[in-house]
Structures are given as C-alpha cells and as structure tokens.
Write a protein that binds this ligand. Sequence first.
Ligand code: ATP
Ligand code: MG
Length: 686
Amino acid sequence: MYLEKLNPQQRMAVEHGTLTDGSHIAGPLLVIAGAGSGKTNTLAHRVAHLIVKGADPRRILLMTFSRRAAAEMARRVERICRNVLGSNAGVMADALAWSGTFHGIGARLLRDYAQQIGLDADFTIHDREDSADLINLIRHDLGFSKTESRFPAKGTCLAIYSRAVNSETALDQVLRDAFPWCAAWEKQLRELFACYVEAKQSQNVLDYDDLLLYWAQMVGESVIAEDIGSRFDHVLVDEYQDTNRLQASILMALKPQGQGLTVVGDDAQSIYSFRAATVRNILDFPAAFSPPANIVTLDRNYRSTQPILTAANAVIDLASERFTKNLWTERQSSERPRLVTVRDEAEQARYVADKVLDNREEGLKLKQQAVLFRASHHSGPLEVELTRRNIPFVKFGGLKFLDSAHVKDMLAALRFAQNPRDRVAGFRLMQILPGVGPSTAQKALDLMSEDASPLSALAAMPAPPRSGEDWTDFVSMLQEMKSGKAGWPAEIELARQWYAPHLERLHEDAATRQADLLQLEQIAGGYASRERFLTELTLDPPDATSDQAGVPLLDEDYLILSTIHSAKGQEWTRVFMLNVVDGCIPSDLAVGATAEIEEERRLLYVAMTRARDGLDLVVPQRFFTYGQNAQGDRHVYASRSRFIPATLLQFFEACSWPQVKSDAAAQAQARQVRIDVGARMRGMWR
Ligand code: ATP
Ligand code: MG
C-alpha cells in the first residue's frame, strides 16, 4: 500500500482531513521541512490519496514553481493512482487538468474570465525580454535614454517595475531599499512605468507580472473569487517559500477559510527574493486563519548520505534566522564530500569532465550527475570542455534554444497573427523584411493601432518602396494564419515558409537554424492550440535539447548543467558545484545588505542538498570576472567561499587537482586542447 512507505509525519500530512471520507474538505495545512525530507513526495501522495478517496481530479488545483516540476508531480500522482485503482484509473484520464505554475494557471483563468474583467481574450504574453524591449521603445520615445546616458538600462527599469508590482511596495521605497543608485530618476521612472502600463493595455499584451497582478485584482472582486474558489475543492502549492505577496493574496482570496488549502515549503531554501518572494508567506501562513492552520514538520532526510547532510547542516547552521530544524538520515556512508582546489576555471572544467567520465565508467549515467553554479556564465569554460570531449549536456537556466533569434522570429509571427496589436512582435517581424527599418515599422504599427481591424489596416497600406513583394507576402501570411483555415499545428508551416527565404538571406548558418525550426514545429505539435502553445511556451519554455520537450534526445544520456535557481526541488546521485569562492557565491553583486548575503548562503545550501551520494565543491584559485582590475586583468585571485566554515575543513576530503602532474604531461594536455573558436563566437550571437 502506498501509505505504508511513508513515515508517520508524512502520513499525517497525506491523510490530513481525509481519514473518513474523501469528500470531506479539510482545513488549512502547512508542511514546513528541510531539503530532501519528502515534501514534494508527500504532496504527490496527498493528491493521489485525495483522488483514491474520491476527490474529483478536475477540481484539484496544484501549483508548482516550474512546468517541469508540475509534469513530474502529475506523473507521480498518476503512478500511485494507477497502482491503487488499477483498471478504474479511467478517472485519471483528464487528471490534474489544473496543475502548473502560478503564471500558467493565471493565464488560463484570465482568458476564461476575460469578458468579465474587460480584457480581450486574445491577449498575448510578453516574456522578460519582450517586456524589456517595450520599455526600451518607450524610454526612447520619452527621450530619457538620449539626453541622459546614465538613465537606468532597460533591464534595470524592468526589475524596478517588477519589484514594485510584486511586493506591492511604493516606487520610492523600492528605489531606496533595492536600487539606491537609481533614486534620482524617480520622477522619470514613474512616467516611464505609466506609459508602459498604457502601452501594454492598448496593445493587448500582458507581461509576467500582469498575470499575477490581474489575477489578484480579479479575485479582489468577491463574486469572481467565490466563483473561481468554488471550482476547486483542493488547492495545493509546492515551494511556498518562493511565492510573493501577490501569490499569497491570491490564495487567501480563493480560500479565505483555508478549506482544502495545503502549502509546502522550506524557509531555509528561500532563494527568490529578487523577484519579491518573501519567506514571511510561509511563516505567517498558520496565523492567517482561525483556527490556525495545522502544521506538520518533517526532519528525516531520505535523499543524502550522512556526510553530505552534515556538511549542508553546518553551512545553514550559520544562517541568522531559521525555522526548520536540522535534518537526520539513516543513509550512512564512508564517502565524505570533497573540497577540491584547482588552479583556475580551465582546470576546474577538466577536473569535472574527468570525474564525470570516471563515474560513467563505474556505471553511473550522465543524467544522474549534475554540475551546478551560481550564475549562468560560470559554466562557459566547462561547456567548451564538454563540447571538445563530445560529452553531451543540457543546460537549465541559461540562454535557451527559445531565446535564439530565428526561433524568436517564428514565435513573433505566431504571436502577431494571434494578436496584431502586439507591437513588440510586429516591430520585430516587420524589420525582417528588406527595406523596412524602425521608423517604417513604427508608422505601420501606428496606423494599425488606430484601426478597429488592425490586419485590414495593414493590408490597405501601400508597401514600403523597397519591399514590395516581401511586404505583400508578409501580409497574406498573417491573414491566412489569422483566418485559422490551415488549423493548428499546420499553420506553423505557413510561417516557416514565409520565413525561409529571409532566414537564408540573414544568416550564414541557415541550415542549422532551419533544423531548429523543424524541431520547434514538432514541439508545437504537442499543444492543443496556437494560444495554448504560445502561453505555455512564453511562461516556462521547455529546453528543446532536453527530454522535457519530448523530442529526439529522449533515450540519450546527457549531463545536467544548471544554475542553482533552476535546480530547485531536484536531486542527482553526484553533484559538482563550480566556483565555490567569494565573489561567485556570495556573488560580488550581493556584497551589500545582510539579507542578500543570507540569501546567497541559502543558495549554497540548496546546491549542496541536491546531492544523494557524492558532492564535490570546486574552488578555483583564479576566476574570470566581467570587471577588470587596475592592471586591466580580468582574472581575480579568489578565496574559498566564506560560507564554508573553517570548522568544516577537517571534515571535507580535501584534494587539489591535478595532484601531481609532470610538466611534460601538462604540455601534452595543453596541446590537446583544440576548440573551434569561430563556431563559439558565432554561437554567442545565435
Ligand atoms: P526539496 O526540499 O529539495 O524540494 P523535498 O522535501 O521535496 O526536497 P522530495 O524530493 O519529496 O523531498 O524527496 C526526496 C527524496 O526522498 C526522493 O528521492 C523521495 O523519493 C525520497 N523519499 C521521500 N519520502 C520517502 C519515504 N518515506 N521513504 C523513502 N524515500 C522517500
Ligand atoms: Mg520538493
């Protein structure tokens, strides 16, 4: 029986309120516990248990922090249910239709209720880059970027805006607390944000923050809140420590008494405060209800060996504030985690590649190993080394397939067909055409925006002088797509055919890019409609090179490279952590406030607790930095991260690498390094 595998606390959480009858809806429940203690597993069991006891899976709302996590959860639930219900598993056919990220679920609900809240249901969603582009357009229009070169960059403007919205904090305070160097621009920023909001509304686009903001506004209306709340008997949230105030207020509006509400998290793993997540959500949860929510804590770790746990506990022990207790495990092992000193990042890359291959020779798949790092660019030298040695890898949390120019062009075409008021998409597309520059595109978009039927307005426009046929081809492609005649996903072919000659003209490596687009088509084929595809893709893009996309590499083996942020909730048999040095973790961008340093400490804790059997923390004595010192050197000498307490040094198996290597061997190795710099440089701009 599935319940027998659980420990008593886990079982309590799973059975909370369902002891007698599945239709009985329990009061609020908080599971707060350390890493690897089975929180996610418990949540999956709880969902399965509710279904086994008769709850309707279509009336369960399950929210996780990534689509990947949601899919994994659905898989676990289904497996348990199938085991228990056997052939009656038909109930699972449309199981968990409402499982996903906050943003994804928000987008679906907003479309459902669009009419009632004065929103056009055809809205498109801007990802962070699109949002920054729109802000940039407005910055230029307002003349801020021209007259004053020190006006904050588009990314900073967006970060400020986003922080204010998500933390529900006034602009002046956000500037004071988090962006003091931008405080002088408060007046201009205010104007910029006002225009930004107006632009989004007139173009019928929502950015990420809007999905939460509109959702929160929508459920602020009690009639709608009740209506949505009554669609779901159970609402469950994983990784609650990384939700922000808006998300908490949405939950409270949906379930004001907390009936059927379960949240799960670990305050020691709170790592998203830069997106205004607040650990207060989890700490304040119990008292938000009366009577207060039930609390279950878990303290047995099932993931890591005792030595790994001892090291992780020692790191988090020094945290200034913490609710969850130290973990224990029955998994004894004689293998200690390693602290590996290497000369520089190149050597770090060779070390990791060597060890990964050693492990594989001993029978461990690449997929069971992961390399983690604080910032996406830390893995650069390793990526080159892996490529050179033909070791396949995927990377989470870095530049993705979907961020490459040609894929963005295709997506813009789909988006513009969906919503011809989407200026960022239109602006991008029109400038693909020969003879169309920014001002022509602006003019065309202005004319479109004034018309009730923007596409007809576009069709009525004379083609710009040097782009006659290309212009008309473009317009007819859009019209054909908008008509919906081709159907989904066949219509992508229309966009691809339209784009093909431009791709040839614009890119040297058109053939590889064509292959990417074919792959995109395959991925798109897995979605029910254009709208669904665009929404989910913009919100949580699958990695086209990973098994998550369900395409080619399904059976292949590859190493995982991931930022710590993207590694949340996951586990691997062996974990390598790169650049465990001051300046990288804590990041030199965070050396200010104590709160930021504390978050960096929790990041290292999250990284270390991903490991099951083996953990290597690598310390290069020199590392590359984007700044440069007085001598113009971009390398800095590094020291071990301050988060590794001196008392722990004895405990680690300390090693330096290469232990002993003759000069001749080192030279031979140096000669062996052959990389295609040209390809890499071209790759940088893809
Ligand atoms: P994190 O804080 O990293 O999100 P978590 O608390 O969500 O971790 P899980 O990922 O659910 O922990 O579980 C960690 C590992 O422990 C998984 O491999 C899971 O299968 C295993 N596990 C959890 N509970 C038990 C149990 N009762 N018996 C055996 N294994 C368990
Ligand atoms: Mg988890």
